[in-house]
Design a protein around this ligand. Structure first.
Ligand SMILES: Cc1ncc(COP(=O)(O)O)c(C=O)c1O
Length: 403
């Protein structure tokens, strides 16, 4: 029998207790106007989040999945278009591609960054595709379909290497839509621009999730898209609201994908704390790095590539005998996660794509060895020591000295 939880994987109680008065004031404000859908609280949050991401526009929606789907649709991805992404992600990334009408194609990840390997993107295009007769679009040999977009994912709060991805996209006329659902506030150093860029400001559009456990989480469902493109902003606003720009004038068919005003108000309250919370996560990650350095031969700690300033949505280590470590930590009452245990190309839902086992060796290796340790801004040094003590104990090292 496992011990009662000593260190949770995630603590959502503490921040909500700390912010309770401000959060309840939002509910009272909404009750005073009974404006529950759209309106000033949504518009205010959209302005604030666009500013936070250093993007011109933000469109609040119902979830990160809607955000990705609407971004792809608004950017012109349609029936049969091929969209390239990675198999090491949550299924929402690929659900959005299929639901926008696209066809999913995978390329493997980089072994250290765990994000889309730009070389593999080029390899896929160069080996499997040709330019069409107008020399404009890239067309896949086997399907004869246009390769229309690429969705890089900023996994665990670390940025994908966007310069070579956007270079390849420009060369092959692909739209880039960032899956930034785990990367609120992450930064990318663009060698090309010689400047740091925020997640959500780099590509055609970027999708964010406000699922409660995210770095910026709603108290329910929520999502947003950021972009610098006015035309697709208008289209996304229509898509989230039954295809209407004016009430009951439906230019297209859309969805019920709106962000409601109480969630938007809560997100505005929390957004004021996001930079500090992200800073706290970075400090905790660096402390984990230091405390685990002594067992680095047995436990691979996350590598922060030179191009990323990560926001550590998750702190993911790699070990060869994951099951043993997982069992021992669970026994000690330490909360854990695996993000994600089964690569998407090996999921039943995607059998029809025909990718065999071994198709994406880096993803498959990583998926078998990763373990997410407790990571949230309120994690105390004592709790962190307890996690590290158990990890080190299991891999045969000494208990860490108190800091
Ligand atoms: C990488 C990634 N993409 C997309 C999503 C979908 O977000 P939501 O759950 O808000 O629809 C998530 C959320 O879990 C995610 O982690």
């Amino acid at each position: 029998m496992a011990n009662p939880t000593k260190v949770p994987f995630l603590d959502l109680l503490t921040p909500h207790k700390q912010l309770e008065d401000e959060l309840l004031a939002v509910v009272r404000k909404a009750f005073a106007s009974a404006g529950f859908i759209g309106g000033p609280m949504v518009e205010e949050f959209e302005r604030e989040f666009a500013q936070f991401c250093e993007a011109k526009y933000c469109v609040g929606v119902n979830s990160g999945t809607d955000a990705l789907r609407f971004a792809l649709m608004a950017a012109g991805i349609g029936k049969g278009d091929i969209v390239v992404t990675v198999p090491h992600t949550f299924i929402a990334t690929t659900e959005a591609i299929s639901q926008a009408g696209g066809q999913i194609r995978f390329v493997d990840i980089d072994e250290q960054a765990y994000t889309l390997d730009p070389e593999k993107l080029r390899e896929y295009i160069e080996k499997h595709c040709d330019l069409d007769a107008d020399n404009r679009n890239v067309v896949e040999h086997t399907s004869g379909c246009r390769v229309a977009a690429v969705v890089p994912l900023h996994l665990y709060g670390q940025m994908a290497d966007m310069d070579p991805i956007t270079d390849a996209a420009a060369m092959y006329n692909l739209v880039v839509i960032e899956d930034a659902c785990q990367a609120h506030g992450a930064e990318y150093f663009s060698r090309r621009a010689n400047a740091w860029r925020k997640a959500g400001s780099i590509s055609k559009a970027a999708a964010f999730s406000f699922y409660p456990g995210k770095n910026l989480g709603a108290c329910g469902e929520g999502g947003a898209i950021t972009t610098n493109d006015e035309a697709i902003t208008k289209r996304m606003r229509m898509l989230r609201d039954h295809g209407q720009a004016n009430k009951y004038y439906h230019d297209i068919e859309g969805y019920n994908g709106r962000l409601d005003s109480i969630q938007a108000g809560w997100l505005s309250v929390k957004l004021r704390h996001l930079a500090d919370w992200n800073q706290g996560r970075r400090a905790l990650a660096h402390r984990y790095h230091q405390l685990l350095a002594e067992v680095k031969d047995s436990v691979t700690i996350p590598v922060e590539a030179a191009w990323t300033k990560g926001v550590y949505h998750l702190y993911v280590v790699r070990v060869s005998d994951r099951e043993a470590l997982q069992a021992a930590l669970a026994e000690a009452g330490i909360g854990l996660g695996i993000h994600y245990p089964i690569p998407l190309h090996l999921q039943k839902a995607y059998e029809y794509l025909g990718y065999p086992k071994g198709a994406f060796p880096v993803t498959e290796r990583v998926a078998a060895e990763i373990l997410s340790l407790p990571m949230f801004p309120q994690l105390t040094p004592e709790q962190q020591n307890e996690v590290v003590r158990k990890v080190r104990e299991l891999v045969g090292s000494k208990i860490p000295a108190a800091p």
